[in-house]
Design a protein around this ligand. Structure first.
Ligand SMILES: O=C(O)CCC(=O)C(=O)O
Ligand SMILES: [Fe+2]
Length: 506
């Protein structure tokens, strides 16, 4: 289903947006010094523009004299969520026709997510990004894009994503309580990291500044060399030039995030630490990466990350209990983190702890849960500025918000002191193990075998520790059910006990 070249949507043009890239309003990026909160730049509360079609939040319907939805024929009685769900099944031509029947359906059929779905399902060949999914999908010059006022339409389903796409977010990264602040250090030695820091988030302020690519990689410089190279951004593979024009001119609540695992070959990069012409190398304090023993069978472990302000990563843990480092080359990232043992407000984890559901966008999460998250014991927060690298310990939950347009590199690894986590995850959470190719039938067995060949003492120590942990868990369970009496249970008189008198006396 390829869209025709210039379909017009039946409404006169009321809007005249130039079909060119908007010049980017960029904050000055200081590549050499750490910056402070006050340098985050303006992000003022009155920066939210009116909805382009004048749609208002649902609550306003209760005092309004007219409501456009009431003239939407049989559609008037459908809840907005259901209406969007139905519209999501329609082809472009049907959306266009339906949108021509009344103002309410005009507004609903203009909903950007509908057009994003159509675009992802069948992108027009040789398209140009035109600022919205709809005009891009329809190859519609912006001056033919209509803007009919729908000021008497009240819908949270239509208004909320628009609000979330514009509500200022930078303030969430300010006034971090001192007990939450992620420690900032110039650097660490491998010994210091291994002894004290493998389970603690921290920000290193110096190692990245030695990388040859630091200070030379900017969006503009990358465009000079790689503009036609396709990179993966979620569901699409776009030439860098297309992604950058999208990144600089979109109003998505959750902007597409360039997250490419094959960037090194696409960009012909050499990665250190040993290569003399390396473009960059993992910061040395992280020491040996034990997943290296998996060779060609290791899951992907490095990514190039590019995104506009407001893009980022919703709450997750990194795969296979790996740790990670994340180096910011340009821009700044706000990190919100929790240790594995903490129940993160607004995040629901499957019973086996493997699957994380956070259906909320970053903006929605921050609006609804940030205050509570900040008060939750264990919460860690920090801003990682250009030239700095943040450590994500194995098993820690993290949400990341780009405070500015950012370029970053990340690497996942298994440090010696956390090998037990990777062993335990591969052994016990098979259904959540990810990233191994299909021909690897037994990731745990493979890791044990390869680790044993190269680092037998590390394997031995890891397995010993794993056994201790498993016993610990069993021990806790046995202690917990100590007061359980099978006969009582049959009678329905089950109760947990907290140990007998003898234990109390001990
Ligand atoms: O830069 C980001 O959005 C965060 C990426 C991430 O989750 C990581 O490096 O572990
Ligand atoms: Fe991550």
């Amino acid at each position: 289903m390829a869209p025709s070249a210039v379909p017009v949507d039946g409404y006169p043009s009321a809007h005249d947006e130039a079909d060119v890239l908007r010049p980017v309003k960029r904050l000055k990026t200081d590549l050499t010094h750490s910056r402070t909160e006050s340098q985050l730049g303006e992000d003022v509360p009155d920066a939210i523009p009116p909805h382009p079609l004048g749609v208002k939040p649902l609550g306003n319907a209760y005092t309004a004299k007219t409501n456009l939805k009431t003239s939407a024929g049989s559609f008037r009685s459908l809840p907005d969520e259901l209406l969007i769900h139905l519209l999501d099944r329609l082809e472009a031509i049907d959306l266009l026709k339906l949108g021509g029947t009344c103002k309410a359906l005009y507004a609903f059929t203009r909903f950007e997510d509908l057009w994003k779905t159509l675009f992802v399902e069948s992108p027009p060949p040789n398209f140009t990004w035109r600022g919205t999914w709809r005009s891009t999908y329809l190859c519609l010059p912006s001056d033919l894009e209509s803007r009919i006022s729908c000021a008497d339409l009240f819908s949270d389903v239509l208004h909320r994503p628009f609000y979330c796409a514009h509500v200022p977010l930078k303030s969430y990264a300010t006034n971090i309580p001192s007990q939450n602040a992620i420690p900032r250090l110039p650097d660490l030695t491998p010994e210091e990291f291994s002894a004290d820091w493998t389970n603690t988030p921290f920000i290193l302020t110096s190692p990245v500044k030695q990388w040859p690519i630091y200070g030379t990689w900017t969006t503009t410089s990358l465009l000079r060399t790689y503009s036609s190279v396709p990179f993966r951004a979620e569901a699409v593979d776009w030439p860098l030039a297309t992604y950058v024009s999208y990144m600089r001119n979109n109003t998505d609540e959750s902007p597409l995030y360039l997250f490419d695992r094959s960037f090194a070959s696409k960009m012909s990069l050499t990665i250190g630490p040993d290569a003399p012409d390396a473009s960059y190398w993992p910061p040395s304090c992280f020491g040996d990466d034990l997943f290296d023993v998996l060779g060609a069978q290791r899951p992907d472990s490095r990514w190039l990350i590019i995104g506009p302000a407001r893009s980022g990563s919703t709450f997750h843990k990194d795969p296979n209990a790996t740790s990670a480092w994340n180096a910011v080359l340009t821009g700044a990232k706000y990190w919100l983190m929790f240790p594995p043992s903490v129940e993160v407000p607004g995040v629901f984890v499957s019973a086996d702890g493997g699957e994380v559901t956070s259906p909320l966008s970053i903006a929605e999460y921050l609006l609804s849960f940030h205050a509570l998250a900040r008060r939750t014991p264990g919460c860690r927060e920090g801003v990682c500025w250009a030239g700095e690298v943040l450590h994500v310990p194995s098993g820690w939950f993290h949400l990341v918000l780009n405070l500015e347009e950012s370029i970053a590199l990340t690497g996942n690894f298994v440090p010696r002191a956390r090998v037990v986590d990777a062993l335990g995850f591969l052994r016990d959470q098979g259904q959540n193990v990810s990233g191994f190719k299909d021909d690897v039938k037994d990731p745990y067995g493979l890791f044990v075998e390869r680790l044993g060949e190269k680092y037998p003492e590390v394997l031995e120590e890891g397995l010993r520790e794993l056994e201790k942990r498993s016993k610990g868990k069993r021990g806790k369970w046995e202690e917990l059910v100590k007061g359980y009496d099978a006969d009582d249970a049959v009678d329905g008189g089950f109760s947990f006990g907290f140990g007998g008198d003898e234990e109390d006396a001990e």
